[in-house]
Design a protein around this ligand. Structure first.
Ligand code: GLC
Ligand code: CA
Length: 559
């Protein structure tokens, strides 16, 4: 208890799409500075800024070519310093992405590494010779890449392959090499000494790789998606403990790992158990991938699988509580918009507000993703040119161009899941380009910016934004702040078909959260608790209703 980040309310900023200060169509650091007042108004006290380092932008900055410099798209080192000072003046802490799994192929280390087998930087990356099967050159293993195709790329210069579990312009670092680890220690320390307050550790589950042996998965694909070959291996924990001991432990910071590759609660505990001295918390993806309905027809609505969703919450809440800390969030820059994914367009406001209650009264440090607080939705993708994400273009090449999938089918399918959903520009107002810039933005503007934008949301006291502000305020500043931060989580009526009930208790204070996850009217039985106060209600109830309306959510103080 006591650590500042246990009482933080986070907000993730996808810098490229957030605010453009110099009208070149690209969001930037000064754009964030301009919007600090807005962030204070929202009430959050922690921001996570997506990568702004020097980069050829193959993967919007997750492909870093120089960890010690800022991309000219985004500004200068002075801008970063000014942002840190100004945010701190407003009591907003800053965390940044720590990208450890890979660099850009344009990074100096890789430029050297690929030159020759005896280059001093050769072992900074993972190289392996080809195999020859029936005289054909074949990759060292049959493992898939997350972005489609093989996780290996052939490099003619030395007739070897390098590993790249993301794009071909993102070679994986070789963490077995102590020199690589030393470089990372140095870089991590550099950013902390600059005054930032911690890190979101990108793709951290993948730092260790299995021995190079083929996957035995029996699937149709040529390259096998056996992510376990390079996810959550025990050696990752050795690397993290080293980093913690050499750097993290010297500062009062927060560290949050992104643990993909199907991490289980047991895996998560290995990262966040305080006695292991690795990370403070992790982001998992279970709720993003729960009954995700990527296969549904165009325009078809997704119904939340109530039981599956509740089981996931239960698993992570009870699995970690008392043993580590948790991070809670609906989406990030790699997931579809929650208003489109789990929200309901026929009950747009009700469902968006309900989802906020459902998530942000649970236990853990919350993170809002920029635009979520105004109910931003997925855009409509009409053709492949509407997509910016390198991984979609890779998959398009493989599925449509090479394997002749119907392009319309392809687009319908990826439209629900694509990372581009979350990356359209932030909708500030109903001015041209949604008030993001005076010039044409790098990415599309969702057509609905005329009705969904910050300016209108501020003006409307019943808006989604004002509801989010209320939640942030209750969580951080009300008499309930301790019970929300530290209270024990307990789910009630686990089998209920429509409602999600959970109780939070800290000392003698108890709050009860009830959310209708469906569009149905639902009668509720007499509660076995005495109601002391209605803390928040998305239908503005003055007393608890006998029947819950569609997507109704209510938070009660009870005894
Ligand atoms: C993480 C990031 C994602 C990026 C990948 C490679 O999953 O969130 O955006 O593409 O790592 O760095
Ligand atoms: Ca700009």
């Amino acid at each position: 208890m006591g650590k500042w980040w246990k009482k933080a309310f986070g907000y993730q900023i996808y810098i490229r799409s957030f605010k453009d200060s110099n009208n070149d169509g690209i969001g930037d650091i000064r754009g964030i500075i301009e919007k600090l007042d807005y962030l204070s108004y929202l009430g959050i006290n922690l921001i996570w800024i997506c990568p702004f380092f020097k980069s050829p932008m193959d993967d919007n900055g997750y492909d870093v070519s120089d960890f010690y410099n800022v991309s000219s798209d985004y500004g200068t080192m002075n801008d970063i310093q000014e942002l840190i000072v100004k945010a701190h003046q407003k009591k907003i802490k800053i965390i940044i992405d720590l990208i450890l799994n890979q660099t850009s192929d344009e990074h100096l280390w890789f430029q050297e590494s690929r030159k020759s087998k005896d280059n001093p930087y050769r072992d900074y990356y993972i190289w392996a010779p080809p195999r020859y099967i029936n005289g054909q050159r074949v990759e060292p293993t049959n493992w898939a890449s997350f972005f489609g195709g093989s996780c290996w790329e052939y490099d003619q210069q030395t007739n070897e392959y390098y590993m790249k579990i993301f794009s071909r312009k993102m070679p994986d670092l070789n963490w077995k090499n102590p020199r690589v680890r030393d470089e990372i220690v140095k870089m991590t320390d550099y950013w902390l000494s600059m005054g930032i307050d911690g890190f979101r550790l990108d793709a951290v589950a993948h730092l260790g790789k299995s021995d190079l042996m083929d996957s035995t998965y029996q699937t149709q694909e040529r390259y096998k998606p056996e992510w376990e070959k390079y996810s959550n291996l025990s050696v990752v924990h050795d690397y993290l403990r080293e980093l913690n001991q050499k750097v993290f432990s010297k500062y009062d910071i927060v560290t949050i790992g992104e643990v993909g590759g199907r991490a289980l609660v047991e895996d998560a505990l290995r990262y966040v158990s305080p006695k292991r001295r690795e990370l403070n918390m992790v982001f998992n993806f279970d709720h993003n991938w729960c009954n995700n309905g990527w296969n549904r027809k165009k325009g078809e609505k997704l119904k939340i699988d109530v039981q599956a969703m509740k089981d996931i919450f239960e698993k992570w809440q009870t699995g970690l509580q008392g043993k580590g800390w948790n991070a809670i969030y609906w989406l990030n820059h790699d997931q579809p918009r929650v208003a489109s994914h789990y929200g309901d367009r026929d009950y747009f406001h009700e469902s968006a507000k309900m989802l906020a209650v459902c998530m942000y009264f649970m236990w853990g440090t919350p993170f809002i993703y920029n635009g979520e607080e105004i109910g931003m939705t997925n855009p409509e993708f009409k053709s492949i040119v509407d997509f910016k994400d390198v991984s979609i273009h890779n998959q398009y090449r493989i599925n449509v161009i090479e394997n002749k999938q119907d392009p319309t089918d392809f687009i319908n399918y990826v439209s629900y899941s694509t990372r581009d959903n979350a990356r359209t520009i932030m909708q500030w107002s109903n001015d041209e380009y949604a008030g993001f810039s005076n010039d044409k933005p790098w990415n599309m503007v969702n057509d609905n910016y005329r009705i969904i934008n910050v300016k209108d949301e501020i003006a409307n006291k019943d808006s989604i934004l004002n509801f989010y502000r209320k939640i942030v305020d209750i969580r951080l500043h009300s008499e309930y702040n301790n019970v929300i931060a530290y209270g024990k989580y307990q789910q009630l009526k686990k089998e209920h078909q429509q409602l999600y009930f959970y109780l939070r208790q800290y000392r003698t204070k108890k709050i009860l959260v009830i959310c209708n996850l469906t569009n149905e009217n639902v009668k509720i039985d007499e509660l076995e608790y005495k109601i002391i106060n209605i803390i928040i209600s998305n239908y503005e109830r003055k007393e608890i209703p006998q029947e819950f309306a569609p997507y109704e959510a209510i938070v009660l103080e009870v005894e």
